[in-house]
Design a protein around this ligand. Structure first.
Ligand code: ATP
Ligand code: MG
Ligand code: ZN
Length: 366
């Protein structure tokens, strides 16, 4: 009780433990959000940050507290638990009340004089995840946990005590972890805070070696593995323009010089009212066909000649198709065909040449 007006000085604790978080780790430790969702590149220092976060939670003044560290396997949860144990044994031995190696349980006396406990758990043994209400939960390699483990086993452990959670992982596509991460962006949910960090935020890593890897893999694979980013087309619509939208027609007709407006949020094309023009097809992929009308002899050279022999018809040029491989958000609308041509695998969807499709049915005489 008396401990409630006491607060843990985390920076001083880390200092005393000899842990100096790097610039990428600091904001994670400083956040007071109830749910912290952290997506980072490999070797960023995720496990290290998670271990020290466990120690901070253990030391926080509470009459009694219970926390779990969970990872997809015992080996991985052991990595955090073992780290916690070795730091505590070395720097805070006087606080240890009980260590049970067999049960992977550590009990400490916290700075408020209360008793805090940490247990290491493995998600590959879901039965071990039954039971108690938690004050804190730290999950490493979260994305490798089944979505059901989070929703049905872990999240509910935090309900009765309004416990805190730190979920930390390398990203792996638009899964449940990505959804939680999104929830912590742009003030969507005040209880959530999200962080991202690339591998090179860790000053202990050799940047040159990482750059070598960049050259060896696709841009998307590199962004995910080392950049800690979610790549590809997100499965959810944009907050602002609501695109890609299954209700959108996915086709827009523009005059020669008419600009195509883009959404301030996602960068994808929108109509004058700010509504998305990009259609989400049933396969989940976005599509938009821009048809540009060129009138008479003002037809630019890039439009093939000879298309409108009879008089000066409006020429119709298919100019742009949404990049179905993602990365489309915010990407400039390139000149006809160029974007499509730069992406070899969408050849079937988009004519890679600056195509002119003159459809006489659409031809209009001036
Ligand atoms: N703040 C820090 N100060 C010093 N060394 C650090 C710090 N953070 C991480 N490291 C070191 O960087 C290396 C990678 O750290 P860690 O294992 O925590 O990263 P990770 O993101 O969990 O890696 P992986 O992707 O392999 O799971 C380790 O050698 C670790 O000791
Ligand atoms: Mg790790
Ligand atoms: Zn948008």
């Amino acid at each position: 009780m008396g401990s409630s007006d006491l607060r843990l000085d985390k920076a001083a604790l880390f200092d005393a433990l000899g842990y100096v978080p790097h610039a990428g780790q600091l904001p994670i430790h400083r956040s007071s959000a109830r749910f912290r969702v952290v997506s980072c590149g490999v070797r960023f220092g995720k496990t290290t940050a998670a271990a020290f976060e466990c120690i901070a939670e253990l030391m926080a003044p509470r009459e009694e507290s219970m926390g779990w560290v969970v990872a997809p396997t015992y080996d991985l949860s052991e990595r955090i638990y073992g780290r916690v144990l070795s730091v505590v044994r070395k720097r805070l031995p006087h606080r240890i009340k009980l260590v049970s190696e067999r049960d992977r349980r550590l009990v400490l006396v916290n700075v408020g004089g209360g008793v805090s406990e940490l247990r290491a758990k493995s998600a590959d043994n879901p039965d071990s995840l039954l039971g108690e209400g938690l004050d804190f939960l730290v999950v490493d390699e979260a994305t490798r946990l089944d979505e059901s483990v989070w929703h049905e086993r872990l999240a509910q452990r935090l309900l009765d005590k309004r416990g805190r959670a730190l979920l930390i992982s390398s990203p792996a596509g638009w899964d449940w972890f990505a959804r939680l991460h999104r929830r912590g962006l742009k003030g969507r949910d005040v209880e959530y805070a999200s962080f991202s960090g690339p591998s090179w935020a860790n000053p202990k890593l050799d940047r040159a070696l990482i750059e070598q890897e960049r050259a060896r893999m696709s841009a998307d694979a590199f962004s995910a593995l080392y950049g800690g980013e979610f790549v590809g087309e997100p499965p959810f619509p944009c907050d602002l323009c609501h695109g890609p939208d299954p209700q959108a027609t996915g086709v827009v007709l523009l005059n020669e010089d008419e600009p195509l407006a883009s959404c301030a949020e996602c960068g994808k094309p929108v109509d004058r009212s700010g509504r998305s023009l990009v259609r989400r097809e049933t396969n989940g992929l976005p599509s938009l066909e821009v048809i540009r009308l060129y009138v008479g002899d003002r037809v630019p050279e890039r439009v093939k000649p000879g298309a409108g022999k009879r008089g000066a018809p409006v020429r119709i040029e298919r100019e742009w198709k949404e990049d179905v491989h993602g990365g489309g958000a915010g990407a400039p609308l390139g000149p006809p065909g160029r974007r499509a041509g730069s992406c070899p695998t969408i050849g079937q969807l988009v004519d890679p040449s600056p195509a002119l499709t003159h459809n006489p049915a659409n031809a209009v005489r001036e």
